[in-house]
Design a protein around this ligand. Structure first.
Ligand code: ARG
Length: 451
């Protein structure tokens, strides 16, 4: 057939393997068959091919589908190989399948069709992670723990508040993926090479058969555009960065004994018999690096490409497929690790006030009593410096006040209130501003996250 002639004439030589995307195209094998079917149905409906011819082609496509990707004849890519497979089965009539289209609109359609499903898998993984975070947070609304900035003890918070901070971040990742999905879900088919076709094609019908929301209108844009890959990959890389932060925290918390990962999400050492290592989370942390690298590779490939189709594009989408697989797996692992982890609430509570993390609360108390916040800050800082242990006692705080303002602390606030401010449970409960860690506020936030 014609394609055999074309194959003999072009690129049977040493560059054959370099040109071919057939192996990698396994990813879009099923998508290409779906695209072929929809196109052939439309061609028949429009009277561009006969009904009998269309039926023959559809039967041949079914046989190609049953045989599988591995059984495809040789070809420069999956589109050419499937067409050859159809022609091998039914003869020259198979050559009518490629009427009124090009591989350029075909591949762009296949990529969008496949990526749509992959993005939904990623979205589901974000939902599972959010569910694990919310369910664990619900158990720990009152569990006080140390909160950190610069990895130094900063202010006491609750485990519920901490976990919901990630739930909110992952919720934005979900939203970004769904936003990308909307623009992925458009059909380029019918654009042909870039310049449209004289055949009376029904692009909307093909889009509809393939479940796309609409067509990519301009035929030159339809074959050239890969920004749908860029924004999907960027949304995925951003989600990977979110997961990497969560993974890092959990690794640090496991190190401190705050959290015990399930054995299913840990690994051991081939030599040190006692080891339980957070390997799954380390790998999840590493995925972000690869995702950022692939995003950079993709954008760099796309940068400066002229209109319309250029073969560089064949090297673009593999970045996105690699990232969507990795990031979905990392999200799944993070969700599983969170859902199955045991938190050491007693140790978290015991450590919640370490490093004088209640200091800000004492300064806030003095400021609420009318001292300028900067003066209150100075008094508490002076007490922290002279304290014997890491948290000053009431006498030390009082002495610091005498030094800084020449008055007793207790002329301004009662001993019992200062005492309460040094208690991490009271400290957390007092911070009931919008979105704060006070259990009453976290309980509300939990309600909206659950919804
Ligand atoms: N395999 C190509 C790709 O993935 C599509 C084929 C278009 N080839 C061409 N020479 N116009 O981008």
């Amino acid at each position: 057939g014609a394609s055999a002639v074309r194959r003999d004439r072009f690129s049977g030589g040493p560059a054959r393997d370099f040109l071919s995307s057939l192996a990698a195209d396994e990813r879009i094998f099923a998508a290409d068959l779906a695209v072929d079917r929809a196109h052939v149905v439309m061609l028949a409906e429009q009277g561009i091919v006969g009904d009998d011819e269309a039926a023959e082609i559809l039967d041949a496509l079914e046989s190609v589908a049953d045989a599988g990707h591995a059984a495809l004849p040789d070809g420069e890519d999956v589109h050419e190989a499937i067409e050859t497979g159809v022609i091998d089965r039914i003869g020259p009539t198979g050559g009518k399948m490629h009427t009124a289209r090009s591989r350029n609109d075909e591949v762009a359609t296949c990529l969008r069709y496949r990526l749509r499903a992959d993005l939904l898998d990623a979205v589901e993984a974000t939902l599972a992670l959010r569910e694990a975070l919310v369910e664990t947070a619900a158990e720990h609304v009152d569990t006080v723990m140390p909160g950190y900035t610069h990895l130094q003890p900063a202010q006491p918070t609750t485990l519920g508040h901490y976990l919901l901070s990630y739930e909110q971040a992952v919720a934005r990742d979900t939203a970004r993926l769904l936003d990308a999905y909307e623009r992925v879900n458009r059909s380029p088919l019918g654009a042909a090479a870039f310049a449209g076709t004289p055949f009376d094609v029904d692009r909307e019908r093909v889009a509809d058969l393939l479940g796309f929301d609409a067509v990519v209108d301009n035929s030159m844009d339809a074959v050239s555009a890969r920004d749908f890959l860029a924004e999907s990959t960027a949304a995925l890389a951003t989600a990977a960065v979110t997961v990497s932060g969560l993974a890092e925290d959990l690794i640090v918390f496991a190190n401190k004994g705050y959290v015990d990962l399930s054995d299913d999400y840990a690994s051991t050492s081939s030599i040190m018999p006692q080891k339980k290592n957070p390997d799954t989370l380390e790998l999840a942390r590493a995925v972000a690096g690869d995702a950022v690298g692939d995003l950079t590779g993709l954008l760099t490939t796309l940068k400066g490409l002229p209109r319309a189709y250029n073969r560089d594009l064949q090297r673009a989408h593999d970045h996105t497929f690699a990232v969507v697989d990795d990031v979905t797996a990392a999200l799944d692992v993070a969700g599983g690790a969170v859902a199955t982890a045991d938190w050491n609430a007693d140790l978290l509570a015991a450590e919640a006030a370490s490093g004088f993390s209640t200091a800000t609360g004492v300064a806030d108390l003095l400021a609420m009593a009318g001292l300028p916040f900067r003066t209150a800050h100075e008094i508490v800082a002076a007490a922290a410096e002279t304290a014997a242990g890491d948290t000053p006692d009431l006498a030390t705080l009082d002495a610091a006040a005498e030094t800084v303002i020449g008055e007793s602390l207790f002329d301004h606030v009662s001993e019992s209130r200062v005492h309460a401010a040094l208690d991490p449970v009271e400290s957390v409960a007092s911070r009931d501003s919008v979105g704060g860690p006070a259990p009453a506020v976290v309980a509300d936030a939990l309600d909206s996250a659950e919804a």
